[in-house]
Write a protein that binds this ligand. Structure first.
Ligand code: CAA
Length: 292
């Protein structure tokens, strides 16, 4: 791959994929977002357009820049549209099977052998995803935070197979091109942030489950007592309770520490389809049209 990364692909147009695509387009990059079909691709476009509108309304972005960013984005239901990309960021559901399938397919589709294949996984092994490709040295973790246009951090995750060139390209991309602050982590479940954050969220869920305090009081406690922008149960609702449960399971599988074990209330809420903001109800009720 010669020169800086200008052609980016994003696989998955949910809240993380749409956010990643938005910051790429806002940074002037030619960005293709791939979803499972044309209807999901349209929904991803709406998600990005809604967030760009919000940035304009909040005075963070001129209207013309929002239009330019949207014009740089292509939404597709066909993974082969990513063939000419210099970087592809996978941001599908936090499931080993789903992510493995994407990496195996990208390995066949992306033509440039020096392209970077990145995963936005929160907790799965980057090495295992790399191993399903014939180019594990080009596979790296690029872990963004939700809401992606607002939060300035990216974790760059290096597996035992990732080459130094790939890490340098990922860091240059996230830091210089997107303007994010980069921290580095080895390839251990949860990396730096989720290995610390998720046990805290699970403790709050256990506290609510035991009747120790109400969800509202737990959140108010951490917002007003510790100046967190949102309490732990609101934050779990924002991340998505299915995602929190999947991350907890990966952490527990890796470390076997009780603090990572998903509490029964979390499991029940996921089974009940109460996934937080994206379904309109989690620990709190939401307006489904309000992204956060
Ligand atoms: N583009 C750019 N800026 C935007 C924007 C957009 N699309 N939407 C909002 N903003 C800006 C706003 O202008 C505002 O900026 P100022 O403070 O400079 O005015 C700021 O973002 C906050 O926006 P709002 O006023 O609309 O909303 P809010 O004050 O209620 O904050 C929040 C909402 C940003 C979500 C805040 O509550 C927050 O930061 N919460 C914590 C989120 C968090 O911890 N996320 C990490 C989750 S963990 C994760 O993601 C990793 C994982 O793997 C699970």
């Amino acid at each position: 791959m010669s020169g800086p990364i200008r052609r980016v692909g994003v696989v998955g147009g949910g809240q993380m994929g749409a956010g990643i695509a938005e910051v790429c387009a806002r940074a002037g990059l030619d960005t293709v977002v791939c979803e499972v079909d044309a209807a999901a691709a349209r929904a991803a476009r709406e998600r990005v357009a809604g967030s760009l509108d919000r940035a304009v309304r909040r005075g963070k972005l001129p209207e013309s820049a929002a239009q330019d960013a949207l014009a740089r984005l292509v939404f597709t239901g066909d993974l082969t549209d990513l063939a000419d990309r210099q970087l592809v960021v996978e941001a599908v559901v936090e499931s080993p099977d789903a992510k493995t399938e994407v990496f195996a397919a990208l390995d066949k589709i992306v033509e440039d052998p020096a392209a970077v294949l990145a995963t936005n996984t929160s907790s799965l092994s980057v090495m295992r995803l790399g191993r399903v490709t014939g180019r594990a040295d080009r596979v790296v973790g690029l872990h963004f935070f939700n809401p992606v246009p607002v939060l300035p951090l990216v974790e760059v995750v290096t597996s035992l197979h990732t080459s130094a060139d790939t890490v340098a390209a990922a860091e240059e991309f996230a830091g210089r091109t997107l303007g994010k602050t980069v921290i580095h982590s080895r390839d251990r479940s949860g990396f730096v942030v989720n290995a610390l954050l998720v046990p805290y969220l699970l403790s709050a869920i256990r506290m609510a489950e035991s009747g120790f305090a109400t969800a509202a009081d737990i959140d108010t406690g951490m917002e007003l007592g510790c100046a967190h922008p949102m309490g732990p149960l609101k934050l779990a609702d924002l991340i998505g309770l299915d995602t929190v449960a999947s991350i907890a399971e990966s952490l527990y599988d890796e470390f076997r520490e009780p603090l990572y074990a998903p509490p029964p209330l979390l499991q029940r809420m996921v089974e009940a389809g109460l996934l937080g903001r994206k379904t309109g109800r989690g620990f709190h009720p939401y307006d489904p049209y309000d992204p956060y």
